[in-house]
Design a binder for this molecule. Sequence first.
Ligand SMILES: C[S@@+](CC[C@H](N)C(=O)[O-])C[C@H]1O[C@@H](n2cnc3c(N)ncnc32)[C@H](O)[C@@H]1O
Length: 392
Amino acid sequence: MAPPPAIPPEYHQREQTFVKHLILRGYLQKVAYNILSAWDDFTFVDGFSGPWEARSEEFSDTSFGIAIKELRVVRETFRDRGKTKNLRCIFVEKDDAAFKRLKGAVTEATDLHARPIHGTFEDNIPEVRRYVSSSFALTFVDPTGWNIDLSRIAPLLKQRGEVLINFMYEHFKRFVEDERPEIRASYDKPFGGLPWRDMIEEQISYGLSKELAILEVFKTAVKKVAGFDYVASARIRHRKLDKSHFYLIYGTRHPKGLEVFRQVERTALSAEESFRIEARDREVSDTGQHGLFEYLPHNAEETASAHWAHEVRQARIRCEIVIARDEAITFEALARHIQQQFSVVLPELKNLLMDMWNEGLIEFEGLTGRQRKPNKGVMIRWTDKLAGRSAR
Ligand SMILES: C[S@@+](CC[C@H](N)C(=O)[O-])C[C@H]1O[C@@H](n2cnc3c(N)ncnc32)[C@H](O)[C@@H]1O
């Protein structure tokens, strides 16, 4: 595997933003290309554009700078094939000073249909919807804290398209037990008015940690309030400590999107391990202190592989539970279930199912020709051995 790129200096001290931007860039490239292979229109909506803590003169370390660059590449790819595609982007920013900088950069991109809007994202949803019209939209929701109002942005998210939301878990965790009425009320907004406290308690009663319970309830809110069929998340860790910093939540109505998201996540998070080590080495050489970094591992590739292996093991446990519960399930229904919960790609799911088949726990119905591994259209059925094991 090729070594990951070194972190550009503009991302030093905010390496987790680099990982966030790797996922945004990777997913935007793929989804724009896939959609435009079948349709003529694609819109990128950046609801909380910034610039925010940007250091690059060309805004290469901002979501809007990345979007403009990537969409140009996609447009040129189609143009080289003699196809003209309609790519648009819309950028919303509340802060006056940030908007001024955003507007300057976007206005310079005269070759793209790029539109800056000054104001809050929530207030401008009707305007954004008009601009997006019937095109497919990827919406990026990247607030500075937990101040999103899911119900107010839902009318946009219910249109044709997908969403990536930065779920600032660190902020949620800090406030979630706050009993002050004004804080409690403000928490209703990101959960779209659902009874989130009871829902979190319920998840905890099923055995989930508080962190996973909060995450699960937010994913449910994105599904229910914004009308997505499938919701997955990628965990971005703190740059120094072994704890979560935020999650990128992905909502889609198409199962193929889940596989693409998991592939992009894989590439970005494998790189994350190296970035964390690089950040540590840089800080240790600057300060001469190991301090906060002492728990970081040394071999990035090994720890990344160990992490994915752990995800596969968890996915395998869940597969056994789901197949034993349903007795039979199609490969695609199982894949949708697993990929919403675990960071596994389809070849890994097929391999773990082959392991279960080799152990005599499941059977496949509908394999065709020389096909050995399960795929779309194949029914997975439990055997007496799995039935006996789950009855115990
Ligand atoms: C985390 S920063 C965005 C970073 C940017 N998406 C990126 O990846 O480079 C959040 C931005 O949202 C702006 N903001 C905060 N509340 C907003 C709202 N309700 N509507 C629109 N922008 C808002 C802030 O001023 C800030 O510039």
